[in-house]
Design a protein around this ligand. Structure first.
Ligand SMILES: [Zn+2]
Length: 509
């Protein structure tokens, strides 16, 4: 009977955001042992979808009783700052203890994000991968799944057999990549095949909003070109756009080709794909709307019910990239301009929710935002507000990346500030879908405009109402601004495009 260890550490680190602690993992998802197996076989489930897909394939192939999952620990946080050294070392010790206690293993699945940094190292993901390899030895196959925002190190390459990256942004294929990891791991466990991989990193640090995979976007086109190369020799093609704000020397768009016993073919195919990717590098430029233009557009749709509604994104304050989810640039501008019919979904401010709870439903109070926040850009704002409704923030999503997931916003307050509705929450996260509005009893179709603090994942959960031409990215300051020139970079390899417009790349010999 195949015995497979399952573990993972999932964090995307923004070097400019406050450090990430044990609490961040406990709030989002910290699961151990048999609990992982229970949640992997539940629907809906709060567990990471890659693990659920992995179990589904193994259960399908061997039967629930025909393989032995050895679940250890899976810890995931909302994107935040670098992970604190002390907690990270405790987590590593937990992985090590679990692997040592596991006995003889046939394989390992690591459900990792790959975009983490730590307060003491830029490569904690490499430390996890190296630890797993040290514990299980050279002969046991290890397959890892990675977010396409992962930044890959040599240590990561050297430690595992196959890295399977997401291919969809928004990430609607996490479950399928877990399935793929299971299928590939099973091949390595049951055949003579050896995985041979080659990796190329380009000097291309793409702004977050340019990494969409829909048709017409250069990154999606490159991923699809890679998938067209899969055949009897090629096991996996992964193209990672990476996460700029990690600010590490391992940043840069990365192509990884994994073949069956054929290192030369892996190399030549990786070079071919990297050439195709670099040929399009000048297309990775942003096209955002100035705030004053966003205000004008919101005023216009607010005053005219016949015009189609608009969806504004604030990619500079994306909790999905380590943003705090509470900057007030757009909110203040809309309030001062008297915009009508706008819904802000969602705004992270536990202290504001407490004020609303103390006031009670129906009450009018002086809403004070960001009174307990110290991060850069999270500036205070005061405005009179009416408490429309208080909510526990719990629901099951129906759209996009929230589909069939248990969503928990924590205690939630729906506030009316003149013509604007503000959804204040107590668990920091990005708005992933219309569920984040509808499930709180608000009218999403009737809203004249909606403002989300998200870089792009919301697109999958709003596409049934908003075609791309009615989605506008607003250029305001923030921890995750796609304007990369706004930041004081310390770790990035330089030169890189588009920060350094003249960056060049020469293919390896
Ligand atoms: Zn991602």
């Amino acid at each position: 009977m195949k015995r497979i260890a399952i573990l993972g550490f999932s964090l995307e680190s923004n070097a400019f955001a406050p450090p990430c602690k044990r609490w961040d993992f406990e709030q989002r998802g910290y699961y151990r042992g048999a609990e992982i197996t229970d949640l992997a076989r539940k629907d809906p489930s709060p567990l990471y979808n890659g693990v659920r897909g992995f179990y589904a394939v193994m259960d399908g192939k061997y039967g629930v009783a025909g393989w032995e999952p050895v679940p250890i620990t899976h810890a995931s946080s909302q994107p935040a700052g670098p992970v604190e050294e002390g907690f990270f070392n405790e987590l590593l010790a937990e992985f090590e203890e679990g692997l040592k206690a596991a006995g003889k293993l046939d394989g390992v699945y690591i459900a990792e994000h790959g975009g983490a940094t730590a307060t003491h190292t830029h490569d904690p993901d490499g430390e996890v991968f190296a630890l797993v390899r040290r514990c299980v030895g050279a002969g046991v196959p290890i397959v890892a799944t990675l977010d396409l925002h992962a930044n890959v190190s040599d240590v990561m390459m050297d430690s595992v057999d196959i890295m399977v990256g997401y291919r969809e942004n928004p990430h609607v294929d996490i479950y399928e990549r877990g399935e793929e990891a299971a299928t590939l791991l099973d091949e390595l466990m049951t055949t003579e095949v050896t995985a041979t991989a080659y990796r190329i990193r380009l000097p291309l640090v793409a702004p977050s909003v340019t990494q969409l995979t829909a048709p017409g976007h250069p990154y999606g086109d490159l991923i699809r070109l890679g998938q067209s190369k899969l055949d009897a020799k090629v096991m996996n093609v992964t193209v990672l756009s990476g996460f700029a704000f990690a600010d590490t020397p391992k940043n840069g768009m990365t192509v990884i080709v994994t073949t069956r016993n054929d290192p030369a073919h892996a190399k030549s195919l990786a070079i071919g794909l990297a050439k195709a990717g670099w040929a399009e590098h000048e297309r990775y430029r942003t096209n955002m709307l100035p705030l004053r233009d966003a205000v004008a557009r919101a005023l216009a749709v607010g005053a005219d019910e016949v015009q189609p509604s608009l969806l504004f994104a604030d990619p500079a304050d994306n909790p999905g990239g380590g943003g705090r989810g509470n900057t007030t640039y757009i909110l203040r501008a809309f309030l001062e301009a008297r915009v009508h019919g706008a819904v802000f979904a969602v705004f992270y401010d536990p202290a504001l929710v407490k004020q609303a709870q103390a006031a009670g439903e129906g009450a009018i109070f002086r809403a004070r935002m960001n009174t307990e926040e110290s991060a850069n850009y999270s500036e205070p704002l005061e405005w009179d507000a009416r408490v429309v409704r208080l909510h526990d923030g719990e629901f099951v999503g129906r759209h996009g990346m929230a589909m069939d997931k248990n969503v928990s916003l924590g205690d939630t307050a729906i506030l009316a500030l003149d013509g604007i509705t503000l959804i204040a929450i107590t668990k920091r996260q990005q708005c992933l879908s219309t569920d984040f509005i509808e499930e709180l009893g608000l009218d999403v179709v009737g809203a004249r405009s909606i403002v989300v603090k998200s870089r792009g994942h919301f697109r999958a959960g709003f596409q049934h109402l908003f075609p791309p031409e009615r989605i506008l990215e607003v250029d305001v300051p923030g921890l995750t601004s796609p304007n990369l020139a706004n930041f004081d970079w310390k770790g990035l390899p330089r030169p890189v495009y588009p920060l350094d417009p003249k960056a060049a790349w020469t293919p390896p010999a």
